[in-house]
Design a protein around this ligand. Structure first.
Ligand code: TXA
Ligand code: MG
Length: 356
């Protein structure tokens, strides 16, 4: 048991006192949950192996799942990575601070507990005033996975962090809802061509435009198949999963939405007829389709606004578990642009998939 202090902070203008207090906790080897523009992170001093070990314990995270190092400026980049390729600077200069994580050669100052024994380190500069102030005040790079209990959906609101980590961490900085709601895009620049390891808030198209060439998008980055350990250690762990069994309905062609809606409705009826309590995860345009047949209908956003869907996704999966239904059926979206990040999360969260 740890005594947890929760500070409400203004995301735009965080109180200096709260951030200073949290930074001191980081320097002293403690754990601080903080907001980023993607999801909340659970941070510790990246140079302090004992402090980072505590992250694994607090989250119940498998020790072979490496942790992203967060930096506040380019001078810190050279403290954590070495032999940094040109492409890394090209991307970072355009996209940092922001939801991009780069896989780079590890500097020996970064302990193996951060990288789970790998010679690579994942690095990013978050675009959130609270995160940047915290790292600057602590004056050390901050190792931080998402601030959820291992296996649960990532936290996009302070109360999600309180729910998962209260009495496991020293400080929670609660700045309300995060902007993107899905995690950063992870790129391996050490392979040729560069490889997408996890789709995220920045799209593949954003990154290819800046690099001026294509990046490889393996099946596992789409949320399909299994990650090969050598390609993407850590990607093999189950993620984002609600406790409620989730069935994802995917369309061959999202231009023919009616087929998808009919297949989803049939799945709902099928479970209802077998006596199950059923929830549907749907959209502003389509939720009416299930009224009167499903026990609950959750609207994750509008089909016309994938940013809204991404922002609400994890909160919706957490709400789902509070409904006490036996099964949930979710309509998919097209896995293009930010939709790729959404579908990667939903496919990994699902227990089975149906093609409409
Ligand atoms: O947006 C984000 O990236 C958030 C915020 C807090 O920054 N962080 C986040 O961390 O999503 P986490 O730990 O939940 O996901 C990081 C992923 C894991 O799947 C891990 O396996 C992978 O990054 N990763 C970290 N270091 C790696 C490395 N050296 N090689 C391969 N994968 C790595
Ligand atoms: Mg995570």
């Amino acid at each position: 048991m740890v005594v947890t202090k929760v500070f409400r902070v203004d995301p735009a203008k965080p109180s200096v006192d709260a951030v200073r207090y949290a930074a001191r906790v980081i320097r002293d080897g403690g754990l601080v949950a903080f907001p980023t523009e993607t999801v909340y992170g659970l941070g510790a001093n990246a140079f302090n192996a004992k402090a980072v070990e505590r992250i694994y314990v607090a989250k119940g995270r498998p020790l072979d799942n490496p942790i992203i190092v967060h930096i506040c400026d380019f001078s810190q980049l050279e403290l954590v990575a070495s032999r940094i390729p040109e492409d890394a600077y090209r991307l970072a200069e355009r996209l940092w601070p922001g939801p991009l994580t780069l896989l780079l050669p590890r500097d020996p100052r970064i302990p193996y507990v951060v990288t789970a024994g790998l010679e690579t380190v994942a690095v990013r500069m978050p675009a959130h005033p609270v995160a940047l102030e915290l790292i600057r005040e602590a004056n050390v790079p901050v190792a931080a996975p998402s601030a959820n209990l291992s296996g649960k959906p990532s936290p996009t609101r302070g109360d999600h962090v309180v729910e998962d980590l209260y009495s496991r961490v020293e400080v929670i900085l609660d700045a309300g809802e995060t902007l993107y709601g899905v995690e950063s895009t992870i790129i391996n620049l050490l392979s040729d061509p560069p490889m997408l390891l996890r789709p995220g808030a920045y799209t593949v198209e954003d990154i290819e435009r800046i690099l001026g060439r294509s990046i490889a998008v393996p099946e596992f980055a789409r949320g399909l198949g299994e990650a090969e350990k050598a390609l993407a250690p850590g990607m093999k762990h189950r993620h984002y999963a609600p406790n409620t069994p989730l069935i994802l309905v995917e369309a061959e062609d999202y231009g023919e939405l009616q087929r998808l809606l009919d297949a989803t409705r049939r799945a709902v009826l099928d479970y209802k007829m077998r006596g199950f309590k059923v929830a549907v995860i749907s959209y502003a345009e389509t939720y009416k389709h299930y009224e009167g047949i499903a026990d609950s209908v959750l609207v994750v956003g509008s089909r016309g606004n994938i940013y809204e869907v991404a922002r609400n996704l994890f909160a919706t999966l957490r709400t789902l578990d509070k409904l006490n239904v036996d099964v949930a059926i979710m309509e998919g979206v097209e896995d293009k642009g930010l939709g790729l990040a959404v579908m990667n999360r939903v496919r990994k969260a699902s227990t089975s998939r149906i093609k409409a």
